[in-house]
Design a protein around this ligand. Structure first.
Ligand SMILES: Nc1ncnc2c1ncn2[C@@H]1O[C@H](COP(=O)(O)OP(=O)(O)O)[C@@H](O)[C@H]1O
Ligand SMILES: [Mg+2]
Length: 228
């Protein structure tokens, strides 16, 4: 699903965020990305959906070569990938329903299909009854559930989440993890950057540790491994 060979990323200001990444992630995996702030986790994530481009190396995602890919083909790639952020990134003036529908309207679905799919994904995250609310009327955990629903609207094969529980209290974080585990259970690959030792050490999955732009550890059912 994701193959990287000798991937390097140097930003225009000269900072090298990734310095030779080799990794394979298979369909259906659940992977935690751990590492201290500035390690390169967000850069790794951004390379996967071509938010940023690698400076050198090879990246293949869903059998697409991301370095060869033309700009006009980037939207097609992104349709296959759902993205969730720490700060939710919902549109504040739109309702929950509209925030999710928006993700489908850009791919020109029929109105009937849109309605059906929006209610389906809202049901999946337990928010069908809040479709008419706006983000400000929701708790942080609910807002993140909307963001997950939006990310899942197009049936992505891959869901990437950059510190999705970073702004949430522990109880709410577990709710979010339960939803992510359910999504992974249906076959969707998940990559999640996190600083939560509790989550990584409780729900044991593959752990990829990044330090100074390099993978320093890659363990099946790994531990968080950093003092926090
Ligand atoms: N857009 C950018 N321009 C320049 N430097 C960046 C940019 N984004 C991140 N960096 C730098 O790249 C390094 C890795 O950052 P990042 O990938 O955000 O790490 P993490 O998510 O692990 O905290 C840091 O030194 C950071 O300052
Ligand atoms: Mg980050």
């Amino acid at each position: 699903m994701i193959e990287m060979q000798q991937v390097k990323k140097t930003y225009p200001n000269g900072v090298t965020a990734l310095n030779g990444i080799d990794i394979n992630i298979d369909p259906g995996e659940f992977v935690y990305l751990v590492g201290q702030s500035g390690a390169g986790k967000s850069t790794f994530i951004k390379l996967i959906f071509r938010e940023e481009m690698a400076s050198s190396g090879q990246i293949r995602v869903n059998n697409k070569d991301l370095l060869e890919m033309k700009w006009r083909d980037v939207p097609l790639l992104r349709r296959e990938i759902g993205v969730v952020y720490q700060d939710f990134k919902l549109l504040p003036k739109m309702t929950v329903y509209e925030n999710v529908a928006f993700a489908l309207e850009v791919v020109e679905e029929s109105p009937r299909q849109i309605r059906k799919r929006v209610m389906e994904v809202l049901d999946q995250v337990g928010l069908k009854n809040k479709a008419r609310f706006i983000p400000d009327e929701l708790s942080g955990g609910e807002q993140q559930r909307v963001a997950i629903a939006r990310a899942m609207a197009n049936y992505p094969k891959l869901l990437i989440a950059d510190e999705p529980t970073g702004n949430l209290d522990p109880d709410t974080s577990w709710e979010i993890m339960k939803i992510l585990e359910e999504i992974n259970g249906t076959g969707t690959t998940i990559i999640m950057a996190t600083h939560s030792k509790e989550i990584v050490n409780t729900i044991k999955r593959r752990v990829i540790a990044i330090e100074g732009g390099l993978i320093v550890r890659d363990q099946h059912r790994g531990e968080y491994g950093y003092e926090v």
